[in-house]
Design a protein around this ligand. Structure first.
Ligand code: HPA
Ligand code: ZN
Length: 345
């Protein structure tokens, strides 16, 4: 089986650009942290909790996801959560992650902003020191809350900016999309831009192509998270191709949240073949049934992606990252060497 597609995917160096760290909270860890922190969970066992992971849409997932995050209380909890993800990512030959975190999910429960930053940062710095791995942080605003709440969150986090200047690189926008269009956050994104942050936003997961247009034109984002509904708008598709605007696509997430009913109908391959800069990501792997390589493998199988296309997806993940050009070149050289070596066998 040396030459199986799975082995090829396993060895591919890659970056993950759409990963909610709270969405990597595995049921086992949720139970362990609940016990450690004296929190009662409304489930009798890990199996019972996992069995509840049947979602009809984004909101039905978000309800469980926010409830589950309540077990995260201390700096150590955020460290453990992040370190568990890093270990899993290393297994998948992920070289770089730009992870999302949702401080409002925690500050609303009385957890200090500094606790969230400190735990995630300690794990990422340790991972960087001990492995050929880098990680950075993108702070997301919850779009079902007000723009004022986002401003307050940004202000509270800015106090910590200098302390985490090596890690905190960007601002994102997530949570319930429909009814919360990007333009609701135009002022706070303008401020984030002015402060020198990279900016990204979820758009076109459940929301219409118009939300992708406004994420681009009003929020001036540098990547679109999901973006799969772009295909409904031919003009938008041409624009994405012309701009080489990266889409951070999450195939197993789209399947679990019923954005597609069958992975064989997913537009990842069509968009890739049309020339869109698509990347593959895991979104909330503890909830959606797979980390990064599982997303690559399931997509390859369902959509008939060949090795050249899989390598293109890995290449896109490095190119679309916010890493320094010299670092990107190192990864790309490594990727080329890997692919050439594999094909020569
Ligand atoms: N969409 C929107 N918000 C989210 C997601 C998602 O896929 N995952 C975690 N928060
Ligand atoms: Zn997401």
């Amino acid at each position: 089986m040396k030459n199986s597609l799975h082995d090829f995917i396993q060895g591919l160096p890659k970056a993950e650009l759409h990963l909610h760290i709270e969405g990597s909270l595995e049921p086992e860890m949720m139970f362990a942290l609940a016990l450690r922190n004296g929190i009662a969970l409304p489930y009798a066992s890990v199996d019972e909790l996992r069995a509840a992971y049947e979602f009809g849409d984004l909101q039905s997932f978000l309800d469980l996801y926010y409830a589950g995050a309540a077990v995260l209380q201390t700096e150590q909890d955020f460290y453990d959560l992040t370190m568990a993800y890093v270990q899993r990512a290393l297994t998948d030959n992920v070289r770089h992650v730009e992870l999302f975190f949702d401080p409002q999910t925690h500050t609303l429960r009385g957890i200090a902003m500094s606790t969230v930053f400190a735990g995630i940062a300690r794990a990422l710095r340790q991972a960087r020191a001990e492995n050929d791995f880098s990680g950075s942080m993108i702070m997301c605003f919850l779009r079902h809350l007000s723009e004022q709440d986002a401003f307050d969150t940004l202000d509270a986090a800015l106090i910590l900016r200098e302390q985490y200047a090596d890690l905190w690189i960007g601002i994102g926008l997530d949570s319930g999309e429909v009814g919360n269009p990007p333009e609701k956050f135009s002022q706070v994104f303008a401020r984030a831009h002015a402060l020198g942050f990279h900016v990204v936003a979820h758009a076109g997961e459940e929301g219409p192509p118009a939300y992708i247009h406004s994420a681009l034109d009003v929020l001036n984002v540098e990547r679109i998270d999901h973006g799969v509904r772009a295909e409904e708008d031919g003009v938008l598709m041409q624009k994405l191709i012309r701009m080489q605007m990266p889409l951070t696509v999450c195939p197993l997430s789209n399947l679990k949240l019923c954005v597609v009913t069958d992975l064989r109908q997913h537009n990842l391959a069509r968009m890739l073949r049309a020339g869109v800069c698509v990347t593959v990501n895991s979104d909330d792997p503890a909830y959606f049934g797979g980390y990064l390589n599982a997303n690559f493998s399931a997509s390859a199988e369902a959509l008939g992606l060949n090795r050249t296309e899989l390598a293109q997806l890995a290449k896109n993940s490095f190119c679309a990252s916010f890493a320094m050009p010299e670092q990107k070149q190192i990864w790309l050289d490594e990727l080329v060497a890997y692919v050439d070596g594999y094909l020569a066998e």
